[in-house]
Each structure stands twice: as structure tokens, then as C-alpha cells.
Design a protein. Structure first.
Length: 333
């Protein structure tokens, strides 16, 4: 995909009309909200890192929060020219520059989100179906290596477009959507369905009902995140396909429709941190401990820390440092 094809949306703003800023207000509010919420979540992870960043799953969620923060920044870059210029003629060059920057970051975040959902799914699949192997092999170092691969792919592909490599736009767009959206999302849905069936069967015979309930909560959490992503990304993917296969139809589409689909594409970056912070038990306890000084929540965090740091099956991460946990008397107090 070359630059001219990437900038199809900028063709909608060629007339010297005054800028209708009103329908960009929701986009501006959402972008700022995404940035604020994800900064707060990242601060929560950093402040309570002793407890929250001990598990591989939370390392992945920390990386996802960084991804969602970048998505909010790209959205702000996209909308900023509409508030810095007086009309579309003076905005045109600023819009093209911001569109390139926003488009590259947006595509990066889109691919990265899919990658995060994939590795989170594999983490839960092995945690449920092969818990011993999961405790041994799914360390923080493994999760960091997986995240490095995800971020590398997400960065390289948008730069591949920026280098203006000549290829058929229809083939390129279709290949990207099939390889990086349709195929992985189909695999994810199959994995979640298979894992859910496995958990339901185990619950009938398992004596450890508490662990089964925890697994179900986490599976539901990640499945909700996946469904939100699918529902919000389909309209945006459809408009990108239209731009590849019928440019005239795309240019005839009202700018308001494009902005609506663009808006929906970023809703998950706002909802993700709210969903896993309010639904995941250790993050709930971290919020209660930090904001409300809840002793029970602090004690639960300490107990989780003790269980994970003293797990005899888990391979220790290189250069890892485990602090001495609180005594039992302090936990009860």
C-alpha cells in the first residue's frame, strides 16, 4: 500500500470550507479519556508491581495498557488538525502529516492488540489444560519474549507500507485482514470455546472448585475483551476494504460515516483497562489497597505474592528479586 492509498481519507477535506468541529468533539473526548485511563492503569501496575507484575498474564496486560495508551495518542494526533486550523485549505497539509503519523501508530496498535489477545488466549489455554507445564514454562521471561515478537511484527508492517513498496492494493489489504484478523480471531474463538467446555467438564469432578471459578472468571474476562474488539473493528475493517476495492465509493462516503467507524475502532482501548481492572481479582485488590487502604485487599495481595513467589514448579526468572513477605501476624492484622 503506497502513501497515496493510505491518504484516501484526506481527499475528503479538499474544499476550503470552514471546519465543522462539532462532530470531532466525541473523538477528542474519547482520545483524552483513553490516555488518562491507561496512564492511571499503568501507574497502578508500577506502584503495585511487587504484586501485579509477578505473573506472566499481568505482564501481558501491562503491555496491552501501553498499546491502548498509544492508540489514544494516535487518535489525538488524528483529530488535532481540526482544532489547529481555521478551514480545510489551511488544514490540508497539517492533516496529511498527522494522518500519516496517526495511521502508522493506529495500524501498529491494531496489529498489537490482536497479538496480545492471541498470547493471552494461549496463556489461559495452557493454564487450564496443562497447569503443571504452565507453571513451569509460562514465566515472565517467556511472556516478554512473546510480547517482543508481537511488537516487532506490529511495528514492521506499518513501516512496510510507509516505504511505499509497490504491490496490488487489493491483494495486500485482503492478505492483511485474512492473516492478521480473520485467521487469528477464528483461532481465538475456537480456543475459548474449547477451554470453556474443558472447564465445565472438570468442574463436575474437580475438588478444587475455587481454582475452577478463578479460571472461568479470567476466561470470561478475555472473551469479553475479544468480543468487544471484534464488534468495534469490523466496521473499520469494512471501510478499509472499500477503500481498497472501490476508491470512488469510498470517496463518496460522507466524512461523518468514516469518523464514526474511526471512533468505534478506539472504543476498546478505553473499555479494556476498565474491564480487566474492575473484573480481575488481583487488580481489584490493588485498587482497593492503593486508594482505600483496605487491609483485607492488601492481605489477599500478600497471599497471592507468597503463593507465586514460593511456587516450587516455577522456573525463576533471571535476575529476579523476591522480597521477604509479611509475617502471618501482619497478614491477619
Amino acid at each position: 500500500m503506497n502513501e497515496s492509498n493510505s491518504l484516501n481519507a484526506s481527499n475528503k477535506y479538499t474544499e476550503c470550507n470552514s471546519i465543522e468541529r462539532w462532530y470531532f468533539i466525541p473523538t477528542l473526548i474519547l482520545s483524552v479519556s483513553i490516555i488518562v485511563v491507561n496512564i492511571l492503569v499503568l501507574l497502578l501496575f508500577i506502584i503495585k508491581r511487587r504484586y501485579l507484575l509477578l505473573s506472566a498474564g499481568n505482564v501481558m496486560l501491562f503491555s496491552l495498557a501501553i498499546n491502548d495508551l498509544a492508540a489514544g495518542i494516535s487518535m489525538l494526533i488524528h483529530v488535532s488538525p481540526h482544532y489547529l486550523a481555521t478551514d480545510y485549505c489551511t488544514m490540508k497539509e497539517d492533516y496529511k502529516r498527522s494522518f500519516i503519523g496517526g495511521y502508522i501508530i493506529s495500524k501498529l496498535c491494531l496489529l498489537s492488540t490482536v497479538g496480545h489477545l492471541v498470547i493471552l488466549s494461549f496463556d489461559r489455554l495452557f493454564a487450564v489444560t496443562a497447569p503443571i507445564k504452565h507453571r513451569v514454562y509460562f514465566t515472565r521471561n517467556i511472556s516478554r519474549a512473546s510480547l517482543f515478537i508481537v511488537w516487532t511484527i506490529a511495528i514492521v508492517l506499518p513501516l512496510f507500507e510507509l516505504w511505499q513498496v509497490k504491490m496490488d492494493l487489493k491483494i495486500y489489504s485482503t492478505s492483511i485482514i485474512i492473516l492478521f484478523f480473520v485467521l487469528p480471531l477464528s483461532i481465538l474463538l475456537h480456543q475459548y470455546f474449547t477451554t470453556w467446555i474443558y472447564i465445565r467438564k472438570r468442574m463436575r469432578t474437580s475438588v478444587n472448585r475455587e481454582q475452577s471459578d478463578i479460571n472461568i472468571r479470567v476466561i470470561i474476562l478475555y472473551l469479553v475483551m475479544l468480543i468487544m474488539f471484534i464488534l468495534t473493528i469490523v466496521p473499520y475493517a469494512a471501510i478499509r476494504l472499500i477503500s481498497a476495492f472501490d476508491e470512488s465509493l469510498y470517496n463518496e462516503t460522507p466524512a461523518l460515516i468514516y469518523e464514526l467507524f474511526f471512533f468505534l475502532r478506539y472504543v476498546t482501548s478505553f473499555l479494556n483497562p476498565l474491564v480487566y481492572t474492575l473484573y480481575k481479582r488481583d487488580l481489584q485488590n490493588a485498587v482497593k489497597s492503593l486508594l482505600f487502604k483496605n487491609k483485607k485487599a492488601t492481605a489477599e495481595l500478600e497471599m497471592t505474592f507468597i503463593r507465586q513467589s514460593n511456587n516450587p514448579l516455577r522456573k525463576p526468572d533471571r535476575k529476579s528479586h523476591v522480597e521477604t513477605p509479611l509475617s502471618s501476624e501482619k497478614l491477619i492484622a
